[in-house]
Design a protein around this ligand. Structure first.
Ligand SMILES: *[C@@H]1O[C@H](CO)[C@@H](O)[C@H](O)[C@H]1NC(C)=O
Ligand SMILES: *[C@@H]1O[C@H](CO)[C@@H](O)[C@H](O)[C@H]1NC(C)=O
Length: 250
């Protein structure tokens, strides 16, 4: 049994960090005896030490690893080559309104939906972009020079989705172990995306590179903590053309 446990049963000393907190506390309490208040304080401190890292690191490490693979694959050189140069000039793809998911959409949803959780937006992002990749693949013959890239990206997304589901499987459950329903507004978007009545769909013609640019930017905004940087990737200004600070990334 470690010192800490002798002072309070709340403290289970299984990490160096906790032990440090406890020994500091112990030092401050010696030579007197531990009071009830001090025991409570110890528990509170440990709770704090325990909670803080999970708040700061909201995207689990496994997921961040996948996101960084995705980021590498979506780099500007690839997006330009495979989504622009390999296509005729000004070529556009018809997509569903909902498939145009930009940084602006995220700010709007965050402003309008109360209690919106990061993973609900991340989940929407995954679904939208898988749909986008399907639309691009649909116009590409198998021997088109962009086919392999797009199809590899699609596989990568499928892998990311699997990791996403695994890491959030447990957290998806509410306090009583029930599934949390997505907010109404998110559900509406999901419903519209999968509406079988094609006649009600609204279409938009978008250049393939613009679709992947959206994907790349919104990825940075929604998984910001995976990409170590002090930049605010959710700011539209950050991605504006002529932003001299990051011309090569955008
Ligand atoms: C492509 O679009 C731009 C503006 O969006 C236009 O200025 C240009 O003439 C178009 N090029 C062709 C070949 O249609
Ligand atoms: C994003 O906003 C545009 C309008 O600016 C809208 O048409 C589209 O459906 C939105 N996308 C999502 C996924 O909400």
């Amino acid at each position: 049994m470690c010192d800490c446990e002798r002072y309070s049963p709340v403290c289970s000393c299984n990490s160096k960090q906790k032990r440090a907190v406890c020994s500091n506390l112990k030092a401050s309490l010696e030579p007197g005896t531990m009071t009830r208040t001090a025991a409570w304080l110890c528990g509170l401190l440990l709770g704090f030490v325990w909670v803080v890292p999970t708040v700061v690191m909201s995207t689990p490490a496994e997921l961040c690893k996948s996101m960084n693979t995705l980021k590498a694959s979506l780099n500007l050189i690839n997006r330009r080559q495979y989504m622009k140069h390999n296509f005729p000039i000004n070529y556009t793809i018809r997509v569903h309104y909902e498939e145009v998911f930009r940084v602006h959409n995220i700010s709007r949803l965050r402003a309008r939906v109360q209690g919106l959780e990061a993973r609900e937006l991340q989940n929407l992002w995954l679904l939208v972009n898988q749909q986008v990749l399907k639309r691009i693949l649909r116009v590409l013959p198998e021997r088109h020079p962009s086919h392999k890239y797009t199809s590899d990206l699609e596989n990568l997304f499928r892998m990311v989705q699997q990791v996403f589901q695994q890491v959030f499987q447990q957290q998806q459950l509410g306090p009583q172990g029930e599934e949390r329903e997505p907010p109404e507004r998110i559900q509406e978007i999901l419903d519209r995306m999968s509406d079988p009545d094609v006649k009600v769909w609204k279409w938009k013609s978008v250049r393939p590179k613009a679709l992947l640019d959206n994907c790349y930017r919104t990825m940075h905004c929604l998984f910001q903590d995976c990409f170590q940087s002090n930049e605010d990737f959710c700011s539209i200004l950050h991605w504006r053309k002529g932003n001299k600070r990051l011309p090569k990334q955008a």
